[in-house]
Design a protein around this ligand. Structure first.
Ligand code: GDP
Length: 442
């Protein structure tokens, strides 16, 4: 989970501080030393750590903080503000050209997640009503063009490619012409990466950039590589006119070194972050929400946004109606599970809740496995069985158990659970109407 180990350490330090009531200069010094160690262990750039700790110490050691009624809270507040500032303050939006198409050029090393992120970004912009075109200019990595076509296809995004052509600059130019001719207001160019930064790569990127004049060059770096990601960003930034950074694989980055240093080292904002392998797992990078997550203050806003995106409101209303009229079937059950899955891994979702600490999430994995087995059981049913039109006889149950790779016990348990749920709903609606009648004096 993002920032898990850093968050654990910082929260631990502040828990100790909070337990003290009044804090002395020495308490503050000790706490700051722990913060420094935690940040260094999180692979945050050394100079960034030094500046950060100095800034927090200066602000916190004033009489206003130390003599306040809640000194520990004040220190946490300062750390929070400084973390937000370190990550860029407010979120930075994509630059959109006043003359379409907006051309976004993706750059980065091989494996950073460029191709996947090009498609994810296209998907995000499409949701906002844009008409993005993806352009496949990675002519070196075998199968990169095919990969972009596949991920683009999954999101229903058009992909411009010139199979067999090895001239990336020509493809980019043709892609731009294609976007103009087909009224695509966004062109996202996926470029080639290399294992390391080399001159040929930089020259090619500069050539493409010269020809298509991107509105924005977005640098894709892998958060899990920590300081390496920052060094890569620094090197690219010196050669190209970078507009912003996309930090991928933040979902697997427990330390957070790249997220906390990229902005300070390159002076370029992180605009988006990749939070998982699914094509919907790209988020606008909100420095304030990230800081809240690190300090265990929860991230309710992200959670609400996620829910709004994932839940199909029409389906939710329909579900509510079915629950009320007791027409809830296994098909609906499955549907509901799909919607839950759209919100991403359960651990990520729970991690955004205030007060949920990382250690408590260790067991959640088990529940996800259970959900997968329930899903398998329902999927092994025939459509008529799912809609409760055919009775689940013992021989049918046996077939379902075999088909889902589970056992009779599990199938029976699920059916029992489902029946109990139906019964409960019946009682609930029956009980409610009785009570209502009583209240109204019937
Ligand atoms: P490219 O060589 O830069 O084009 O990289 P790819 O787009 O092929 O991505 C490399 C790998 O990283 C793929 O397996 C992706 O699924 C994975 N990946 C990309 N972004 C993310 C992310 O945000 N989270 C996770 N967990 N994996 C990601």
């Amino acid at each position: 989970m993002a920032f898990e180990s850093l968050a654990d350490k910082l929260q631990n330090t502040f828990r100790k501080l909070k337990g003290k009531g009044k804090i002395s200069e020495k308490d503050l010094k000790d706490a700051m030393r722990e913060v420094k160690l935690a940040l260094l262990e999180a692979d945050v750039n050394f100079k960034v750590v030094k500046d950060f700790v100095r800034q927090v110490s200066e602000r916190a050691s004033g009489a206003e903080v130390m003599e306040s009624l809640t000194p520990a809270q004040q220190v946490i507040k300062i750390v929070n503000e400084e973390l937000v500032r370190l990550m860029g303050g407010t979120e930075q939006r994509l630059s959109i050209s006043s003359k379409p198409p907006t051309v976004i050029m993706m750059a980065g090393l091989q494996g950073a997640g460029k191709t996947t992120t090009a498609a994810k970004l296209g998907g995000l912009l499409k949701k906002q009503g844009k008409r993005p075109l993806l352009c496949a200019c990675d002519v070196y990595r075998p199968a990169a063009v095919k990969q972009l076509q596949i991920v683009g296809g999954k999101l229903d995004l058009p992909v411009f490619a010139e199979e067999g052509c090895t001239d990336a600059v020509k493809i980019a130019k043709d892609g731009l012409a294609h976007a103009l001719a087909h009224a695509n207001d966004i062109l996202i160019i996926d470029t080639a990466g290399r294992l390391h930064i080399d001159e040929a790569l930089m020259n090619e990127l500069k050539e493409i950039s010269k020809e298509v004049k991107p509105t924005e060059i977005l640098l894709v770096v892998d958060a899990m590589t920590g300081q390496d990601a920052v060094n890569v960003a620094d090197a690219f930034n010196k050669e190209l006119e970078i507009g912003g950074v996309i930090l991928t694989k933040l979902d697997g980055d427990t330390r957070g070194g790249a997220a906390l240093s990229v902005r300070a080292v390159t002076n370029k904002p992180i605009k988006f972050c990749g939070m998982g392998e699914k094509l919907t797992d790209l988020e606008v990078f909100h420095p304030d929400r990230m800081a809240s997550r690190i300090l265990g203050m929860g991230d309710m806003l992200s959670l609400i946004e996620k829910a709004e995106q994932a839940l199909d409101m029409k389906k939710a209303e329909e579900l509510e109606r079915k629950l009320r009229t007791q027409q809830f079937t296994f098909t609906d059950f499955l549907d509901q599970m799909e919607q839950m899955k759209n919100m991403g891994p359960l651990q990520n979702v729970l991690g955004m809740l205030p007060g949920v600490n990382a250690a408590a999430l260790k067991n959640v994995d088990v529940d996800e496995k259970r959900l997968a087995r329930i899903e398998a059981i329902i999927k092994a049913m025939t459509p008529r069985e799912r809609d409760l039109l055919d009775k689940l006889t013992p021989s049918r149950k046996e077939r379902i158990a075999r088909g889902s790779g589970t056992g009779m016990n599990e199938v029976n348990a699920l059916i029992k659970q489902f029946e109990q749920m139906q019964k409960m709903m019946k009682q609930l609606s029956g009980g409610m109407s009785k009570k209502m009648k009583k209240n109204r004096g019937f």
